[in-house]
Design a protein around this ligand. Structure first.
Ligand code: HEC
Ligand code: HEC
Ligand code: HEC
Ligand code: HEC
Ligand code: HEC
Ligand code: HEC
Ligand code: HEC
Ligand code: HEC
Ligand code: HEC
Ligand code: HEC
Length: 319
């Protein structure tokens, strides 16, 4: 081996010889070089969608209305006239045998393998909600868990209505859906909004697959633009911890979807010298002496600190 490495050209030659022998060996079983190999050892070939039509008439007909029909006619991605095989792989063997064992069925593959098929065409292609990279993929949820290629109806290839999307997501995220039944929440149960308004099911640059708007800002700002800033006086947690430092985005028992039943408890979690239940990374200042926290007057912090999301004029967010 050592000698071969020192003599690189010789090694290349040796490898080439081995490689040729391997191919030759695969095509011609030793001992019977003259007879053609049995069909079973030949790799399957592409036969075109018309061949599939013979036995899968219903699917073939329905496919004419499938967005993937563009693959069949438009020479998108080089699969003209053989769209079926763009997902199912070459079908000659199966067309001969009509056996399930001879054809690729994405429903029977591992999620990652299914995704690979879809992503040969869809990787980084833009969609309504952004670009497809991955996210559910890491958790063994494949493209076909949410997109059924041959099924139509409300949850057809792409769920579009808000209510249909919510139903799809709620099917696996029952706990999250339960949160939306709380008294203070976005109007998802009413079908006025969907999970996809805040999450990108295809993944995003932010944790928890949070949607992004202009320049990778969290998707909340798409609708709550007045909270974007930049403000002259920023309230650090709005920027750093984000909205969830004080709000429960999936719904809450507390008004304004706050994390605590009263505003002051939200504030005092950071603005006090009491030990905090969840030690915040950055703690705020202690309210100055004018604050008599036992007096009801000082319990509604936002009565005076009206601009807790940031202010253009007041360092203390008073206006
Ligand atoms: C000669 C008839 C025939 C032709 C031609 C044919 N199929 Fe099939 N196909 C069948 C039958 C029969 C089954 C059901 C097999 C079973 O359940 O054992 C089947 C099943 C399938 C399955 C499901 C396999 C599974 O794992 O359950 C897929 C996918 C499929 N065919 C795709 C294709 C594609 C793509 C083509 C064209 C390249 C094609 N078929 C051409 C007869 C055919
Ligand atoms: C974009 C990818 C894609 C294309 C194109 C495609 N299929 Fe499929 N096919 C699938 C997937 C994924 C499944 C597994 C079931 C599912 O998730 O819908 C499937 C399942 C099947 C089955 C199994 C029966 C069933 O309903 O589960 C047959 C048969 C089949 N396809 C035939 C075809 C034929 C014929 C064509 C062309 C007219 C075609 N497919 C085009 C992705 C595709
Ligand atoms: C051969 C390339 C190719 C493969 C493989 C492929 N697609 Fe597509 N897909 C397309 C094309 C082309 C369109 C038409 C819309 C477009 O321009 O993106 C499309 C559209 C779609 C749409 C959007 C339909 C709409 O109404 O806008 C979904 C969802 C989709 N594909 C899912 C899948 C899934 C899931 C798989 C894997 C099972 C898959 N695709 C495999 C090429 C492909
Ligand atoms: C967790 C569910 C889920 C998974 C997993 C998923 N998608 Fe989607 N996808 C959706 C939803 C919901 C929409 C519709 C978004 C909207 O209308 O805003 C969508 C939209 C799309 C569209 C675009 C339709 C359009 O016109 O905007 C394509 C293409 C697509 N998905 C392909 C894929 C591919 C490829 C994969 C696998 C890598 C995948 N999806 C995985 C839920 C999912
Ligand atoms: C087939 C089941 C399934 C469906 C359908 C589904 N999910 Fe998931 N989702 C999972 C699993 C499994 C995980 C990983 C475990 C967890 O975090 O709960 C996950 C994780 C997530 C996460 C956390 C991701 C992260 O990066 O931490 C979000 C957000 C999410 N899903 C949103 C959605 C949305 C929005 C929809 C509907 C478009 C949806 N899911 C549909 C199964 C599903
Ligand atoms: C108003 C925006 C918004 C909506 C609508 C929304 N989410 Fe979320 N979701 C978030 C935010 C923000 C987080 C991150 C929470 C955190 O960092 O603790 C999150 C976290 C998650 C997680 C991660 C685990 C967890 O429970 O914290 C899952 C799963 C999830 N969302 C699924 C869903 C599903 C399913 C829907 C629709 C039924 C949905 N979300 C609707 C904003 C939203
Ligand atoms: C698609 C638009 C949209 C997105 C995205 C969105 N919201 Fe909202 N939000 C609304 C609307 C509309 C209301 C008004 C209340 C209602 O729908 O009943 C609202 C209300 C609220 C309220 C006040 C509830 C009350 O009782 O007054 C809070 C807090 C809130 N949103 C936080 C968030 C956070 C945090 C995010 C991001 C994780 C977010 N929102 C993303 C549309 C949106
Ligand atoms: C430091 C805690 C804190 C953070 C962080 C925070 N909020 Fe709030 N938010 C509050 C409090 C307290 C109220 C209640 C104010 C009131 O009742 O007048 C509120 C009220 C709201 C309301 C309803 C009333 C209004 O002003 O429109 C919306 C919408 C809202 N927040 C959105 C957001 C969004 C979006 C983010 C992230 C960018 C965010 N909040 C971050 C504390 C916070
Ligand atoms: C997650 C922690 C956190 C929460 C919750 C929080 N704050 Fe803050 N707050 C901070 C930090 C950190 C600063 C910056 C302190 C500094 O600059 O030294 C700050 C600054 C302030 C300031 C400006 C004065 C100063 O010290 O610069 C006021 C006023 C204020 N917060 C009020 C509130 C009110 C009212 C609430 C409740 C609605 C609240 N905060 C909730 C962390 C928090
Ligand atoms: C009656 C009105 C009022 C209420 C209610 C109120 N504050 Fe204040 N707060 C002020 C004023 C005015 C200042 C500015 C004081 C100064 O500049 O000396 C201030 C300043 C602050 C500061 C900034 C201290 C600094 O060093 O700049 C913090 C933090 C603060 N308040 C937190 C709170 C918290 C938490 C609550 C609720 C428990 C609360 N405030 C309730 C009026 C109020």
């Amino acid at each position: 081996m050592f000698r071969l490495v020192r003599n690189a050209p010789a090694m290349l030659l040796a490898m080439a010889a081995l490689f040729t022998a391997a191919i030759w060996g695969a095509q011609n079983k030793p001992g019977a070089p003259a007879t053609p190999p049995p069909a079973a050892t030949q790799p399957a070939e592409y036969v075109g969608s018309q061949t599939c039509q013979m036995c899968h008439e219903d699917i073939f007909n329905a496919f004419q209305k499938n967005p993937h029909h563009q693959v069949e006619t438009g020479n998108r991605d080089g699969w003209a006239t053989r769209a079926c095989e763009s997902c199912h792989g070459p079908g000659s063997k199966h067309a001969d045998s009509a056996s399930a064992a001879d054809i690729r069925n994405p429903a029977k593959l591992k999620p990652a393998e299914t995704d690979k098929i879809c992503l040969t065409c869809h990787l980084n292609r833009p969609t309504h909600v952004g670009r497809i990279n991955s996210s559910h993929a890491r958790n063994q949820v494949s493209c076909t868990a949410c997109h059924s290629i041959h099924a139509y109806g409300p949850n057809g290839l792409v769920p579009r209505k808000q209510a249909d999307i919510n139903k799809l997501c709620a099917g696996c995220h029952a706990d999250v859906w339960a949160s939306f039944q709380r008294p203070y929440k976005h109007r998802l149960p009413e079908g006025a909004m969907s999970c996809v308004d805040c999450h990108n099911p295809h993944g995003s640059f932010l944790p928890r697959s949070i949607q992004t708007v202009s320049a990778n800002e969290p998707g909340c700002f798409k609708c709550h633009g007045d909270k974007v800033g930049p403000f002259t006086y920023e309230h650090p947690p709005v920027r750093l911890e984000g909205c969830t430092a004080c709000h429960q985005p999936h719904g809450s028992a507390n008004p304004r979807m706050l994390t605590r039943p009263e505003v002051r408890f939200v504030c005092l979690e950071c603005h006090s010298n009491l030990p905090t239940p969840t030690p915040a990374a950055t703690l705020g200042t202690i309210p100055p002496a004018i604050h008599d926290l036992r007096s009801p007057r000082f319990q509604n912090c936002n009565l005076c600190h009206q601009k807790v999301h940031g202010s253009y004029v007041s360092r203390d967010f008073l206006k």
